[in-house]
Design a protein around this ligand. Structure first.
Ligand SMILES: Cc1cc2nc3c(=O)[nH]c(=O)nc-3n(C[C@H](O)[C@H](O)[C@H](O)COP(=O)(O)O)c2cc1C
Ligand code: SF4
Length: 526
């Protein structure tokens, strides 16, 4: 029997040399005439260990971290095919603390399976949710999702069951399932990791959604900057067709579900669901007025469920284990698990799936291990480019939607970006406004014009440009900035313009010293 050696095919690992390592292992195997099968798995989500090479042994999978081509002959010589110790050894992978302390309900197969093997997916429990769904009437599938308490993981945390119920009840001969895989938030990668590591789980979740509302066609709108995910996803879709998981007769049930992958248009606003639908219809990505909601009138004016990758990927386990099992995890009205993405200036960046309720401090200390630079953490931004900047005094806030919102933040898609004490928070606030100006779809005035004016006001506030005659100094500019943010928050058509005040004002409120002109020489350190 051959030994299985796993080398990730995921983009981070590849960017760190995983392809060359896989080739080098194959060459060494040929030289030695060893019986070895090299499997290209997904990433476990421990980026500082990539490329993480794993070897399957009788006592589980043993890991070797940060492997480079030059290490390969030495690994063979020291008996890594038997899991023996080497300076790069990480021991049994499942026992690595970072992984052991996670609750992987949505991502149990991440880094474990070959993402392009349907057989491997099924061998690791995949498909059980779909089989159960096929035995249930549509309303019962929707009830399971509703009762589980699952809320959308794309950012807005809308109850998934209510959305599905609306689409189920909406009249229409044709209905659609659309997956939002545009993943535009800074510091986020959970969608990509899931697609590159366990794409059949997403396909299964979308197929269950199709059964739930009577939709026979689905689209995955994938961020165009994800070419590796695109290849893996297309390979998985092709296999799912071959294996009878997609097509005109899903698992012999006589039910149809067709699925296609489409590349996104490359704009942040195309992640907003109505812009995404415009883009999918071949038009320029611009926000639609609501109502009607997409669940009633979405793609090509048909009832459409649009959900995030992680939302769909959470559905199979809910159907397999039942709503109560999933609901049992979490805190308050935030049920189940959150896939947190830890990024920025952090020692141990990666994916952490835990039940809602863990504090930010626990996340940063126990998982993150401090900053990469070794300097103190000064701020984190949670929730992507529209999320608040928080100082350490707020780190005890638990990660659940309501508590976070009550504390003036938002969890969004679960991205957490860490900054050390060299960060210039006025520059971060300016960047938020600039980002909005660049990415605005232009449909409404508060966002289109307000964001550009916002950059100008911040420049005047910090003394980077002169204050016009008739305005008296920095205070007037701060009043102006706050009024502008108020207009954007309440007057914008969608959450891009509506939420950009959050990073701007949180920076101003918690790090006001960086905005004072007298301090600017000090904060220009970054
Ligand atoms: C400016 C903007 C960008 C967004 N980008 C994304 C995105 O990249 N991925 C995503 O899933 N949701 C994104 N959303 C949220 C979607 O509009 C929508 O709420 C989500 O796709 C619904 O799926 P869910 O209920 O599963 O979260 C964005 C929203 C806004 C306002
Ligand atoms: S807030 Fe900005 S992105 Fe949203 S609709 Fe208005 S102009 Fe477009």
């Amino acid at each position: 029997m051959s030994v299985k050696v796993y080398v990730p095919r995921e983009a981070t690992a590849r960017s760190l040399g995983a392809d060359a390592v896989a080739r080098s292992i194959a060459e060494e195997v040929a030289r030695r005439g060893a019986a070895v099968e090299v499997v290209r798995n997904g990433s476990r989500g421990m980026f500082w260990l990539e490329p993480l090479v794993e070897v399957e042994t009788g006592s589980g999978r043993f890991g070797y971290g940060q492997v480079q081509v030059r290490d390969v002959p030495e690994l063979f010589a020291s008996g890594f095919l038997r899991g023996e110790t080497h300076r790069l050894s990480q021991g049994p992978v499942a026992s690595i603390d970072y992984l052991k302390r996670q609750e992987r309900l949505t991502c149990p197969r991440l880094g474990v399976v070959d993402p392009t093997s349907l057989q491997d997916y099924v061998a690791h429990g995949g498909g059980a949710g779909l089989r159960r769904a096929l035995s249930l009437p549509p309303a019962e599938i929707v009830r399971q999702v509703t009762d589980s308490g699952l809320r959308g993981r794309g950012g807005a945390a809308f109850p998934t069951g209510i959305k599905w119920q609306t689409a189920l009840q909406a009249p229409g001969e044709r209905k659609y399932i659309v997956c939002n895989a545009d993943e535009g938030d800074s510091g986020t990668f959970a969608d990509r990791l899931l697609i590159e590591g366990d794409p059949f789980c997403l396909i299964e979740g979308m197929t269950i959604a199709g059964l739930a509302i009577g939709a026979t066609r689905g689209y995955i709108y994938l961020r165009c900057e994800y070419p590796n995910a695109f290849d893996i996803l297309n390979a998985a879709v092709a296999q799912a067709y071959q294996g009878g998981y997609l097509g005109a007769d899903v698992l012999g049930s006589g039910r149809t579900f067709e699925l296609e992958v489409r590349l996104g248009a490359g704009a942040y606003i195309c992640g907003e669901e109505t812009s995404l639908l415009e883009s999918l219809e071949g038009k320029r990505g611009q926000v639609r007025f609501r109502p009607p909601l997409p669940a009633i009138e979405g793609l090509f004016k048909c009832p459409t469920i649009i959900n995030n990758v992680i939302t769909f990927a959470s559905v199979p386990i809910i159907l397999e284990r039942g709503a109560a099992f999933y609901r049992d995890y979490g805190a308050g009205r935030s049920r189940g698990t959150l896939t947190i993405q830890l990024a920025g200036n952090v020692a141990h960046g990666g994916l952490i799936e835990r039940a809602f309720g863990m504090s930010l401090r626990e996340l940063l200390d126990d998982y993150g291990g401090g900053t990469f630079s070794g300097r103190p953490i000064r701020a984190v931004q949670v929730g992507g480019p529209l999320g608040a900047y928080w100082p350490p005094s707020k780190f005890d806030t638990p990660l659940d939607y309501e508590t976070f919102a009550a504390a003036g933040g938002m969890i969004g898609h679960g991205g957490v970006v860490v900054f050390d004490d060299t960060v210039d928070m006025a520059a971060q606030a300016r960047y938020a406004m600039e980002f909005c100006a660049i990415e605005s779809c232009g449909k409404c005035t508060p966002c289109r014009i307000g964001s550009t004016r916002g950059v100008e006001v911040i420049d005047r506030l910090i003394g980077a440009s002169p204050v016009p005659d008739g305005y008296s100094g920095a205070d007037s500019q701060e009043v102006l900035l706050r009024e502008l943010c108020d207009t954007m928050q309440y007057g914008s058509l969608c959450a891009l313009g509506g939420l950009i005040p959050l990073p701007v004002l949180s920076a101003l409120d918690h790090f006001s010293e960086d905005f004072h002109q007298s301090n600017r020489h000090r904060v220009s350190r970054s």
